[in-house]
Design a protein around this ligand. Sequence first.
Ligand SMILES: Cc1cc2nc3c(=O)[nH]c(=O)nc-3n(C[C@H](O)[C@H](O)[C@H](O)COP(=O)(O)OP(=O)(O)OC[C@H]3O[C@@H](n4cnc5c(N)ncnc54)[C@H](O)[C@@H]3O)c2cc1C
Length: 509
Amino acid sequence: MPWPRAASTRADARWASASSTAWAASLRPSRKPAPWPASRASPKSSTSSPTDPPSCSASTRAAAEPSTPSSPTAKSRSPSPASPSSPIAPGGSTAAKGASPRGERTAASVAAQLRAASPPRRLARPAGRAGRIGAVKDRARVVVIGGGLAGATAAWGLARRGHRVILFEREERPGVHASGRNAGMIRRLVAEPAIATLAREGARLLGEPPADLARVLDAALVRRTGSVLLAAPPEAAALRPALATAQAAGLGAHEADPRACALHGLRPLPGATAFVTPEDGVGDPHAVLSALLRAARAAGARVECDAPARVRAGAAGAVGVETRGERFVPADVVVNAAGPWAEDLARAAGASPPPLSHYRRHLFYTGPLEGIDPDAGWVWDVSQGFYARPESAGLLLCACDEEARPPEDARPDAAAALRLAEKAARAAPRWSEHPVARLWAGLRSFAPDRLFVIGWDAGLRGLFHLTALGGHGLTVSLALAEPVALAVEGRTPAVLAPFAPTRLQAVPS
Ligand SMILES: Cc1cc2nc3c(=O)[nH]c(=O)nc-3n(C[C@H](O)[C@H](O)[C@H](O)COP(=O)(O)OP(=O)(O)OC[C@H]3O[C@@H](n4cnc5c(N)ncnc54)[C@H](O)[C@@H]3O)c2cc1C
């Protein structure tokens, strides 16, 4: 039966895997208020452990500095020399203790720090000890808006450096949008050097998670399978510098004859080269998000779902967020990790954020197939725009469609199956007539130059953007935690410099 007629458009975006079912069941909604603005909790109330399920309700930190919900903080917002919009001056009263020397850091030094196997020493202290509460008092109050991979990694990175973090997610559970609907491919070979640096580090960390993340894992974050990028001469030329960098970094990436590779039925263009990266693999987006949120909580963060938030701005910049009606949560920093909604969120607060575009992409699951090796690597023809990888005894297929959409809960379009079948007729003829068992869609968000948007807003002090991760958000997620935390402290690492929102923003006069 031809593909389009057999297509199913089930709205449930999750793969039919046991791990995703367990993940969804464990993320329960909560309406509990956050500790710092609303109430003073006793240190004895810190009860959760790193092994708590990743529900939205657990909190591991006692309140350190309660304040009146209706009154924004009067804290001085002296700008830092390193980062004009940062309200947390390095070395100042809200700077994290034990942080690295002030000033810009090199990619190598950030990578070295990320490699440190041990979490910060303070995490080893029992929760509720007076020393920890005292230390927390001097640390910044950060509200993260968005419970996708971006928000979760920011919450983890900031909480493990001692900041007081509350993450607000609008949906009933985290990861409902792109972060829970992606293809799971961990790809190191990327033509854009700035993204490739983060992709290599992110991929490495998924395989070797830092100790505090490893402690809360109940599933591996990534499975090494290897990967093949098929590229016709123009795209191959663009990939070769990335290949050289990957090889210099010690990866086994190399060029090969496509005929020597398992291609899952993909048919390369004449003259195409295969770029093989043995270290690549398939990540479990649900395990990654779940682990990030657990580790963030273990470090003291609070996660609240069913909590749509908006930024409140005053003369001093962003002063906090409002959520669930009139509840006000003051903050020194607001991290805008709202995915496709990030631009609207910032604009509503009076900022002039970079313009973002959102493209819907469909993924297709074939259902079980004969002869699929579940451990075979994924294959991506970057010239024809088509990829395939083993999934649940069948294949996950994608025609790399990009349809511009507004920020929305992306719904699958049955006509996408027709377009897939048309494209497969050339790129993967074996699958052009095959029925589709499941079909779902998600939005990938991009800045005009397709680089991420990470850094301080040019106009609204205290607002930090972490968005437009495009098609790399899973791969780079862990690599963002530490640099983002450092940037929030006012010491933007070199790895983040290419992603500064100011490159795309008109600076207000
Ligand atoms: C089809 C598809 C395939 C992909 N494949 C891969 C892949 O193979 N490998 C890879 O590395 N990446 C892949 N990606 C990219 C990756 O999934 C994204 O880059 C990443 O998930 C983006 O995460 P995010 O947190 O920025 O956005 P989102 O996941 O969209 O999260 C944003 C969150 O903010 C919340 N929010 C919005 N507004 C508010 C508000 N006002 N208050 C509170 N919460 C709010 C939303 O509810 C949402 O949960 C793919 C993406 C898609 C769509």
